[in-house]
Design a protein around this ligand. Structure first.
Ligand SMILES: *Cc1c(COP(=O)(O)O)cnc(C)c1O
Length: 466
């Protein structure tokens, strides 16, 4: 399997190079040159047997994307190691909370957010590939909260990796910040930027677009623009459907469009997905696109679901590339137009072909988020986090608006409630308890650097970390 860029002019490369590159040289994102078919997967791995583990299913679902670049047995071992770090034996358990209403719990990994599902595997892959190649890289990333801790946990023990993680100062929760700043490893650097998540993401993009700097510092990325993360997220859509034994709509709390894009890919390769609900908080650029063909950028406002406080959803580029029949030139010019004017629109027939009946946009404000958290707690004594609540609110609105009584809707539960204790307390009066392995998180000493929203300052810091 070879990988091509959504902007059409970067070198065509294989899986391991895509893993290490993150962003393509032409500023685009890598996608596989063709979509494999789930139906080609060996029957033995399709979960016919209840004893097939998540890791086994995962390695067979992802195998066509890796192709011959990593030996099958090695890849199976890396998947087994990555998913052994999860506290739940199912890794991604499916929990029924009402008639045809499910939560897919993706927060049983080390840092309590769904990002662990991809980043634990990414860490194992980096370690393996870099050791094979006798190479060292500098991972730089931006986080709206959860990527930072998950990326750091995924790679902290890699011998060949340094990591610099930018986060928007005062816009991540205490738990999220501490998961980055309390890691006592010399190769880990958490940096508070005086700006928003989009500012952080722009700084990362600018470092990648500076080729001289990028090469001199061996930059690499594990943000959700990294193909391997999207690939690893395809897995749980497929395993959830195998467990259900019937088709479903998925409701996905969305920020950078990575998770819901993985759902689209699962559907594209043959999973029985009836639809994808793109659930946003008040930062609803995506929702507005899925309602109106038109994406505009509004200023980002802080909400109770900070990991979704994103104005420019990077992974949308991969869907746009598909909508343009994989024309990288058109995709590139639409995106530079978007940068320039803050507006992106697609032709009505393109919209009808690709979006209508597949994607459904819904937004949810903080009051609705709190109301859903309170409602779930009073109905079933389950505490859910505010991101999950955005997804569930959207799921319920979608069911009601379309009278979908018999439709299974699975909401992706993207974070553990203890990651957002203030919101949970406000909604339910209950204080969620951190799992035992994080019990001392609030007492550990913190280590972080503060930098202005300034490219030169950030570049100088990154260079000093090598
Ligand atoms: C990152 C994150 C999201 C948004 O996911 P995207 O892939 O960026 O759309 C939603 N919820 C939580 C808890 C997250 O950490």
């Amino acid at each position: 399997m070879r990988y091509i860029s959504t902007r059409g002019s970067a070198p065509v490369i294989g899986f391991c190079d895509v893993l290490l590159a993150g962003l393509a040289r032409d500023g685009g994102l890598y996608v596989p040159e063709r979509w494999p078919r789930l139906a080609d997967r060996p029957v033995a791995n399709r979960g016919a047997s209840a004893t097939t583990s998540y890791a086994e299913r995962a390695s067979s679902i992802m195998a066509p994307f890796i192709d011959t670049e990593i030996d099958d047995k090695v890849f199976q071992r890396l998947c087994a190691e990555a998913y052994a770090t999860f506290r739940h034996p199912d890794v991604a358990p499916l929990v029924e909370i009402g008639p045809n209403e499910y939560l897919l719990e993706l927060f049983h990994g080390p840092t309590l957010a769904f990002k662990d599902v991809a980043l634990q595997l990414v860490g194992k892959l980096f370690d393996y590939v870099l050791t094979q190649r006798k190479q060292r890289v500098m991972i730089v990333g931006a986080t709206s909260g959860d990527t930072g801790g998950a990326a750091i946990d995924g790679v902290a023990s890699c011998r060949n990796v340094d990591i610099v993680m930018l986060y928007p100062n005062n816009r991540v929760s205490d738990v999220q910040r501490r998961q980055m700043t309390t890691v006592d490893a010399p190769n880990v650097h958490a940096v508070a930027i005086d700006g928003t998540f989009d500012d952080c993401q722009d700084l990362i993009k600018a470092m990648f677009n500076d080729e001289e700097f990028r090469d001199a510092n061996q930059l690499s990325a594990v943000n959700s623009i990294n193909w391997v993360r999207v690939m690893a997220q395809v897995v749980y859509y497929v395993t959830a459907l195998e467990k259900l034994g019937r088709s479903a709509v998925f409701s996905v709390p969305t920020g950078n469009f990575g998770n819901v894009l993985a759902g689209w890919i699962a559907r594209r390769i043959g999973a029985n997905i009836d639809g994808l609900i793109v659930a946003s908080n008040t930062n609803d650029n995506l929702t507005r696109f899925f309602e109106s063909h038109l994406m505009t950028t509004n200023a980002v406002v802080p909400t109770l679901s900070p990991s979704m406080d994103i104005g420019v959803p990077s992974n949308f580029e991969r869907l746009l590339f598909e909508m343009n029949e994989r024309d990288g030139v058109i995709t590139g010019s639409q995106l530079s137009e978007f940068r320039r004017t803050g507006k992106l629109t697609v032709e009505p027939d393109v919209y009808t072909n690709w979006i209508t009946g597949v994607f459904h946009g819904h937004r949810c404000n903080d009051d609705q988020t709190l109301a859903t958290m309170a409602d779930v707690y009073s109905a079933s004594s389950i505490l859910i986090d505010p991101h999950t609540a955005v997804g569930l609110t959207a799921s319920r609105a979608h069911r009601l608006a379309n009278s979908l009584h018999d439709q299974v809707i699975v909401t992706l539960a993207t974070a553990h409630p203890a990651k957002f204790p203030d919101a949970v307390r406000r909604a339910t009066g209950q204080t969620p308890v951190l799992p035992a392995h994080l019990a001392d998180l609030m007492d550990l000493p913190e280590r972080a650097v503060s930098l202005p929203n300034d490219l030169a300052a950030v570049q100088a810091f990154v260079a000093s970390c090598r």
